[in-house]
Design a protein around this ligand. Sequence first.
Ligand code: SF4
Length: 481
Amino acid sequence: MSSTDKYVPSAREQAFLDTVENPRYDRDSINGLAPFLEERAPDDILSFYTPDELAALRALKGTERDVEERMPVKMTRHYFDLAKNSEGLKQLVKASPDETQDLAGAEDPGFQMDYSPVEGLLHKYEMGLMYVVSTCSAHCRFCYREELISRKEIERQDGSVAKKGLAQIPDIIAYVHSHNAAVAGNGELHPDSGREKLREILLSGGDPMVLPNSKIAAWLAALAEAGIESIRIGTKELAFFPQRFDEAFFKMMDGFHATYPDVGLRLMIHFNHPDEFLLKDENGEYIEEASGILKWHPETKRAMKGLVERGWISIENQSPIIKGVNDDADALRIMQRAIKRVGANNHYFFCGRDIVAHKAFNVPIETAWQILNESQKGLSGVETHARLSITHYKGKTEVAAVTNKPIPGVPGTENGVVIFKILRNAASAPDRGKVCIVGRNPDAIWFDGYADRVIFDEAGLFDYARVEAAASKAAAAKAGA
Ligand code: SF4
């Protein structure tokens, strides 16, 4: 089956799809900087940027430092209402000339396209990640998918150059069937790639929650029919537009669960800061309920309640730690506690990736670890499940510890060490648990900051074969140009 073939739903699938309702949503979004530069934005929103900020952004228009060329600007009215009282949230959505000061970074961080057997699908571990849409209700300036959101052309491993395409149901379902049939016919692993059964798929992008219910339902049902055991939806919509989680959405999810009760559903939510869901008073302090519990925004509370009370949906928050947005132990402590209290889980915090312009956003690795560690002091065990992860091109890697004292007799440890631990090797499972120990470098924002101080590397994080191959290819292309 290829994308030219039409996907034909089964009778069970069609019966579910026939029940889905598609309300229209008005996010009251402000798109781009033009409404601000041309003073067309509503009066109350216009002052979101100061005249000096607008003058600086205007001066960059049409130059190679144009911030909108790097990443489109977008914000919902809901997020504006929260951000006007929050420095961290302003930093998250407001464009700044700082972000194009240094454009160093990777267009395809982690060499994601190496893992793309079908357009729009990344196949790692036993999991697939699909790009099902290329926008969100609002845009985070630090977005690690900026190349997809900005529709940039990316070089693939075979040397071809193209925009990242979106996943199409016929292609993906054909791939799942063919991969899993090959695995089943060969014991437990694929005869060529050595991977196990593809059993879990993440709908991502962009944010799948900007799609109509019918589109989300079509993906869920097609994946369930293909034998996928668990489906994740990655979304920041609880922060940008919680009104999207309405009765029609919940009815669709209930219909899916009634039709495919054995398929696991995981909502991978994305709160960066408690200001995205807690109410504040005029002094900027969080408001307490009579019980002493911090008060949620009513729309976010309603949406979260609707998700949590469906116990068959697991809700997992993951967030990068970003300079000026949430590099704040107190904010992260409040967020982890509040999220766990309402029945959702704290899954991962991330170090920023080496995306284009990452120096404007990334907190040094050791600082991120210290902030998270500090934030978890005083929290209960169940509130501190989140780990700090950094995405090496080989796979997800935990920043497991940062020490302050030398290890007696071990050169290079005079200022302490950083211990990385492989959580997931993107290609296969056996590397899990392997560690890499490096001497400290408080300024390092990516692995290359430790390349000259590796002490022990059973994980092979500094075996840079893929990085070096890409660098020499780029150098050869430049020499030939
Ligand atoms: S919600 Fe996620 S994909 Fe969308 S702009 Fe923010 S970081 Fe990027």
